[in-house]
Design a protein around this ligand. Structure first.
Ligand SMILES: [Zn+2]
Length: 275
């Protein structure tokens, strides 16, 4: 039973503020430990439920946040950036389940540190006409490879989102959203127990199923006109409105690769304080 944990940081225990997840800050150093604690709690539950191999894929920012020296010794960790499938690198290598740990709500919606891939410049992403969080995009990719989503953790709005895109997955709310930068937080000792139990129970659904590749459409809305124009230079990407682009892809894997290109080009076009 091979399980992957896609570990993002905004939805980790206690995190509510930009500096909490910004590499190099004092607060980030503090929250790395709590983030690693959430991961270890999950690893514990997965092995208790029958996992034989757990790969943790770092999915936040430059993807160098978790503390390897404090990681459960039964797990392995994929750390560092520039991975073709980004947050989901490894999902195509015969996994029996995936956990979305520390996830968050979609860009343009309420939720602690809500965004989709870019922190601010993307105001909305739509997958086949439905507004999509990173969780929704990544669950479609997992489904294409026949990998069930076992567990999602984050704030309460992340869990509500997961109930729509992965209704069979377990969900753990480690905090209750009050605003995009405020939450009522549960201490790590308590959230760890919740995550371990939910991961253990989630293993009942582990096991690869027959995935199949189908075509998908992604549309992306930016907060400034020139970002859409920059992204529309990519072949197959059309500028639909002043701030909106869209493209079709023959599979979710190809769609996510194209989305990665769109976000990379748009990021490169961001200018100083006018964005
Ligand atoms: Zn994220």
């Amino acid at each position: 039973m091979r399980i992957m944990i896609s570990a993002d940081m905004e939805g980790a225990t206690g995190v509510t503020w930009t500096a909490d997840v910004e590499p190099g800050t004092e607060q980030w150093q503090r929250f790395r430990k709590m983030f690693t604690g959430d991961v270890n709690a999950c690893v514990e539950g997965l092995f208790a439920g029958g996992a034989t191999d757990v790969l943790v894929n770092e999915a936040h920012s430059a993807q160098r946040n978790l503390l390897l020296e404090e990681l459960d010794t039964r797990a392995r960790m994929l750390t560092g950036r520039h991975k073709p499938l980004s947050m989901m690198q490894g999902v195509d290598s015969g996994m029996d389940g995936v956990v979305f740990l520390g996830y968050h709500a979609a860009a343009g919606l309420d939720g602690v540190l809500s965004h989709t891939y870019l922190p601010n410049q993307i105001t909305g992403v739509w997958l086949d006409g439905v507004r999509a969080s990173e969780g929704r995009l990544n669950s479609a990719l997992a489904a294409e490879h026949g990998v069930p989503v076992l567990l999602v953790t984050g704030d309460d709005l992340t869990c509500a989102d997961a109930a729509e895109y992965a209704p069979d997955a377990n969900a753990v709310a480690v905090k209750e959203c009050v605003s995009r930068y405020a939450a009522i937080c549960t201490p790590p000792a308590v959230t760890a127990a919740m995550i371990t139990e939910a991961a253990h129970l989630g293993m009942a659904r582990a096991g690869c199923f027959a995935g199949s590749a189908t075509g998908h459409r992604i549309e992306v809305e930016f907060d400034a006109a020139h970002l859409a124009a920059a992204a529309a230079v990519v072949p197959t990407v059309d500028q639909l409105q002043v701030r909106r682009v869209g493209f079709d892809a023959p599979s979710m894997t190809e769609a996510m690769k194209a989305f990665k290109v769109v976000t990379a080009i748009a990021s490169g076009a961001v200018e100083g304080s006018y964005g």
